[in-house]
Design a protein around this ligand. Sequence first.
Ligand SMILES: *Cc1c(COP(=O)(O)O)cnc(C)c1O
Length: 365
Amino acid sequence: MKVPFLDLRTAYLELKDEIDAAVARVLDSGWYILGPEVEAFEADWAAYCGANYAVGVGNGLDALILALRALEVGPGDEVIVPSNTYIATWLAVTAVGASPVPVEPDPATHNIDPARIAAAITSATKVLLPVHLYGQPTDLDPILALARQYGLFVVEDAAQAHGASYKGKRIGAHGDVVCWSFYPGKNLGALGDGGAVTTDNDELADRIRILRNYGSRVKYVNDVRGSNSRLDPIHAAVLRVKLRHLDDWTKRRRSVASRYAEGLPGTRLILPHVPDWAEPAWHLYVVRSNQRDTLQRKLTKAGAGTLIHYPIPPHMQGAYGDTDFGPLAIAESLANTVLSLPMGPQLTTQEVEFIIECCINAEEI
Ligand SMILES: *Cc1c(COP(=O)(O)O)cnc(C)c1O
């Protein structure tokens, strides 16, 4: 047996008829930028997230950039970000000319440690930008409380958290703006790049809607210097199909996670910790091992695909080689020990049992 880390084709094949029909409908419509398909998906996605508004954009990175631009974050401003995240979170901050200020994660959850945030706040801080990493909701209440106390905005990076809940309420409108990616491998994935923001704030929604479309409300009238970052109707139509299956697919991810949690405790692997207020979306199932590289080699040899999310933290990337963020020991230690096992709604029971068996065998050395 061989189990790849991720197989996007099986996900497509499961919904092939519905997806093909949706794509054909857009091709037939003769309308290929914004329009009714995008508006319909925006309404569906806002409703699903429990938010007043959703705005479809070109990708997850642009969702973050446009959210920061709408909040008028720029040079001289500081944005508090997790030290342990995908680099897009940081790139959005530097793209608008602001400075990322990293805060270390709680090693148990891998998410930003709210207890460390206050010490990083200065008079230049404008935004708290937590990430729901791996689809595990971050502890939002203390973050929202700090934001109120210091007069800061909260922008959530929810690129991995479609369908996750925090204290019984879906991720989507806790902070001022919530940013989504529909990159094909995400829990709700398009057939190419796509993204969105959700918010309860009508002014922010309106600003982002204009910024994504050349700063224009009326064709050829440009009120602000916008950009071109629009969700394509073809992707919107596909996302509407997939959204109808998202809860079922999340349920199936949760049952894979439960099976791992039952089958792996015999090993020395450190398994994900789920706080009692969290309902994760299980974008990734990330374990930790002090012999991570050896373990990954053995699993590869046995036919079990794995990946590392992420091998190099943002502050150690060449992209930020010109800035000294100091040592960030927790992020660095996680980067050296994390390993993502196959996770997805299309994994079969036999495949999950095979992965568990491979992990048990690999640990025996
Ligand atoms: C995927 C991802 C992004 C960026 O999304 P794109 O659609 O690839 O631009 C941002 N943040 C996190 C945490 C992500 O996982």
